[in-house]
Design a protein around this ligand. Structure first.
Ligand SMILES: [Zn+2]
Length: 107
């Protein structure tokens, strides 16, 4: 994963262990999807649990592996809303200087 956005220089990882919070999003979305799928399949269509369980278990293992990058994006959006960056961290100028105007040089 790149450390900064190539367009604006946004620093993705604000501190060590920053993306630990994305696990909550990953787990929450996975649990919601499994529950929202299992309940109607079991109670409405009456598919036996011995058929549903292996499918749901495989989903619980594979889906978070695919979804982790989106969970990170959700975490960054949440963090941006809850704790906006100050001038000391994660400013667009923190990593990339390509879009900044040239500073005057001394001779
Ligand atoms: Zn950007």
């Amino acid at each position: 994963m790149p450390t900064h956005c190539p367009e604006c220089g946004w620093k993705y990882q604000r501190e060590p262990g920053y993306f630990l919070g994305s696990i909550y999003f990953n787990y929450g979305v996975t649990a919601f999807l499994v529950t929202a799928t299992y309940v109607p399949l079991f109670f409405v269509w009456e598919i036996p649990s011995r058929v549903l369980m292996p499918i749901m278990l495989a989903f619980c293992v594979l889906f978070p592996l695919w979804f982790f990058r989106y969970a990170r994006a959700l975490w960054m959006a949440w963090d941006y809303l809850a704790d906006p960056p100050t001038s000391g961290d994660s400013t667009p100028s923190a990593g990339v200087t390509a879009h900044q105007p040239d500073a005057p040089t001394r001779k």
